[in-house]
Design a protein around this ligand. Structure first.
Ligand code: ZN
Length: 283
């Protein structure tokens, strides 16, 4: 125990002792809660120091982010139970955001897309901002993300591999002309090009393959990294699980609100908000 730990411990046990008159079972329960609480608080501070040290020492750090990074900006995760499943739609989100559905029921696709995925008013959160700061300070080499909201670039990150594409990019299926998100928002119900062609978001839908160039860029970044920080993803699903095996560096840090099956493979695990953790790091 460090000096600080000892102090906290005695203060807390003192509190427990003062409650002795209230009966044995209560005392026991209180003491357990107190001990668990101190342990978590101490380890959080220690873990922050470790993460800071590893970032400062690392020659090549890469961040890999999942839906949890965006949910802290208020963007719902349509894969999570408390996400869009509870919303009222005639089809489940994963069916709407599929390759087949886009062509079969384009109007319904765009209704959902504008409503749930375009999210024009969202802003980068503390995690996006800190990652951009770290890159500018030469302490972060690349961001690899499964999110499509473009918030990393909005925060100032330059080297971003968007595995699932981005809502800010849309193109005509006939002539290839590019359109921004605003054009999609304004041209209802189905956005068309001046040539008459259908416009499709540059987003990887279910049953579509990932972009080869982006995947190879992400693999190159991962295989050259010595420190990997993973945030807001359980890492157990494709493509994260497959990509992560290219990482051959020394430390993997996982920041995810809930515990995951991947925790045991990591050198440092925070079951906390990614914004709250990264906000404590100095660039
Ligand atoms: Zn066109």
């Amino acid at each position: 125990m460090t000096a600080l730990d000892q102090t906290q411990y005695s203060v807390l046990t003192e509190n427990v002792r003062m409650k002795r008159s209230s009966g044995r079972s209560v005392i026991y329960k209180k003491k357990q809660e107190v001990l668990i609480m101190t342990q978590n608080e101490q380890s959080f501070e220690e873990k922050i120091r470790t993460l800071q040290k590893w970032i400062d020492e690392s020659e090549n750090t890469v961040f890999f982010g999942g839906a949890g990074v965006s949910t802290e900006s208020g963007i719902p995760d349509f894969r999570s139970v408390d996400g869009l499943y509870s919303q009222k739609y005639d089809y489940p989100p994963e069916e709407i955001i599929s390759h087949e559905f886009f062509y079969a029921k384009t109007e319904e696709f765009y209704r959902f897309y504008r409503d749930k995925l375009l999210a024009p008013d969202v802003k980068p959160n503390k995690a996006h901002l800190k990652l951009a700061e770290l890159e500018a300070a030469g302490k972060l080499n690349a961001v690899i993300t499964q999110n499509i909201d473009g918030l990393h670039q909005m925060a100032g990150s330059k080297k971003v591999f968007e595995l699932h594409g981005a809502v800010s990019r849309n193109f005509c299926l006939e002539c290839g002309k590019r359109f921004d998100a605003e054009y999609i928002m304004e041209h209802t119900p189905v956005p068309k090009c001046s040539c008459g062609g259908l416009i499709k978001p540059d987003v990887v839908l279910y049953n579509e393959g990932l972009d080869d160039n982006i995947v190879s860029g992400a693999i190159k970044a991962l295989s050259g990294a010595s420190l990997l920080i993973v945030g807001g993803t359980s890492l157990v699903v494709y493509p994260a699980a497959g990509l992560l095996r290219y990482f051959k560096g020394s430390h993997i840090v996982l920041i995810n609100k809930s515990a995951t099956a991947f925790d045991k493979n990591c050198d440092l695990v925070f079951n906390d908000s990614i914004g709250a953790v990264l906000d404590r790091i100095k660039a």
